[in-house]
Design a protein around this ligand. Sequence first.
Ligand code: SF4
Ligand code: SF4
Length: 211
Amino acid sequence: TKYPQGSEKQLLQAVLGKEVPLRGLPMDVGVLVMNVNTAASLARAVLRNKPLTHRIVTVAGHGIVQPKNLLAPIGASYGDLIEACGGLTADAARVLAGGPMMGFSLPDLDIPITKGTGGVTVLAERDLRAMRETACLRCGRCVDVCPMNLAPTRIALASRAGDYGLAHEWNLTACMECGSCAYVCPARIPLVQLIRMGKVMSKKEAVRKAA
Ligand code: SF4
Ligand code: SF4
């Protein structure tokens, strides 16, 4: 398989040969996609009357002493999970909620994990040094790799400029934030972060205009 093959739209195309419309959902083509963890939780709740209290969380990255998969209680803090994995290494630099491709930086380790938490990634200084941004090279790699056939650089630059109307014209909301574009970008432009920011800011702008 090829990342992001686990994404429901890509999975559907690979397994059933069905294509979900650009802004649509799997249910639009008559399919419901559910991951194994969710299906198991649903079975426990319905068949055994047991609420969801724990999550399996992967704690990994160069900045963690002992990477592990943990069965963690919902509500435990990110700091608790890191402590259970031997703590941070001396050169730990950034803690991400999520994986290296889709995770976002945590401002505070006292934040609790939720039912949606699946991973914690701790980056070290050496990981960040490789991320210094330069100007776009117009190489087109981000376009080639996008599983949604978008133009990531167009959306990201419109978002960075605060032109959310233009970002929507380039199908801002169709981005599933897989992070592939940012990963392959030789200029280290934080494409997915800019797109994510564009989504949040355009929603805020819409609310402000409606008020
Ligand atoms: S994160 Fe980048 S590669 Fe992934 S869907 Fe969005 S624009 Fe495409
Ligand atoms: S991959 Fe990066 S450098 Fe290449 S076109 Fe896209 S944004 Fe520009």
